[in-house]
Design a protein around this ligand. Structure first.
Ligand code: FAD
Length: 264
């Protein structure tokens, strides 16, 4: 395909254009591959949408659309076929001020070639954002006496990847990591750190692989440039300062660090 002109971006920011493009691709393309939704795939979609309605720090127009999907899923009268979901996603049903942007609108997830980065990059970023939002949400929920599931976001990612992620060997790898230690996560802060450390494990495994964009080599993240206080040395071995990493993640993936450039 033709390449869009390159957009400048700041790698210390999180772009709403990437997050909305992640939603568009996941719902219209990946979920869209399932003409019929039932059983596990329907449960995974329900979990994903409920989590997004609760935690996605989106524009009102997008949140309204997600609420429309939630209502469609809750309507037990309709059989769950993608054709029906598609009408909600395209908003041919006339929801007020609701839309899912066209997508393919990458900013920090641009690749130097169309086969690199883009959607998988944005899916990681989306779930890092959600993991931080879950911890923020909990602070107000606790005051209301609401019980918060510390695994809501990680389970959301696990069931999404298992049922819908189109890179099937990625899904197999991720499920193995999840089976190994996801259930040991006890707090929302641990969930943020679990996702970060597993993402770094994936980065380590994929460094130098054919799927790597040569313009964006995989490295352990955040780099010392982004977060000097996250790094230390012990007898010349690199060590992470987990408290500093957690603080950094909560800042980097917060609403205050969202950039609204390039939106459709
Ligand atoms: P990505 O790894 O996609 O990261 C996106 C952005 O997140 C980075 O630019 C950076 O800003 C930030 N970031 C990087 N590391 C971290 C971290 N540790 N914590 C928080 N933020 C971070 N590809 C394969 O070839 N094989 C696989 O098995 C595979 N498994 C995957 C499993 C999942 C669940 C996902 C979502 C993707 C998987 N992929 C796999 C794709 C791969 O991980 C990358 O997404 C893809 O190669 C694009 O890489 P990228 O350079 O854009 O950076």
């Amino acid at each position: 395909g033709t390449m869009k002109p390159w957009r400048n971006f700041d790698s210390s920011k999180v772009y709403m254009a990437d997050l909305e493009s992640a939603l568009q691709y996941s719902l219209k393309v990946e979920v869209g591959m399932h003409t019929r939704l039932a059983g596990d795939s329907l449960a995974a979609l329900n979990h994903y949408i409920n989590m997004l309605v609760k935690l996605f720090p989106g524009r009102p127009i997008v949140i309204n659309l997600l609420q429309g999907v939630q209502a469609w899923l809750a309507d037990t009268r309709s059989t769950k076929h993608f054709a029906g979901l598609s009408e909600v996603l395209d908003n041919t049903i006339g929801l007020q001020r609701a839309a899912l942007p066209i997508g393919g609108n990458w900013a920090a997830c641009q690749g130097s070639r169309p086969q690199f980065r883009q959607y998988p990059c944005s899916l990681w970023i989306l779930f890092h954002v959600l993991s931080v939002q879950a911890a923020n949400y909990n602070e107000s929920a606790a005051a209301r006496g609401e019980v918060v599931d510390q695994l809501e976001v990680l389970h959301g990612l696990r069931s999404y990847v298992k049922n819908f992620f189109s890179c099937r060997y990625c899904a197999t790898h991720f499920e193995a990591m999840a089976a190994e230690s996801m259930e040991d996560v006890r707090t929302l802060d641990e969930a943020i750190l679990w996702l970060w450390s597993r993402h770094n494990r994936v980065n380590d495994r994929l460094a130098g692989a054919l799927s790597e964009d040569p313009k964006f080599p995989k490295h352990q993240w955040p780099s010392p440039d982004l977060c000097p206080e996250c790094h230390d040395e012990d007898n010349e071995d690199h060590v992470w300062i987990n408290d500093a990493v957690l603080k950094f993640l909560k800042k980097h993936y917060s609403m205050d660090n969202l950039d609204y450039s390039y939106l459709e």
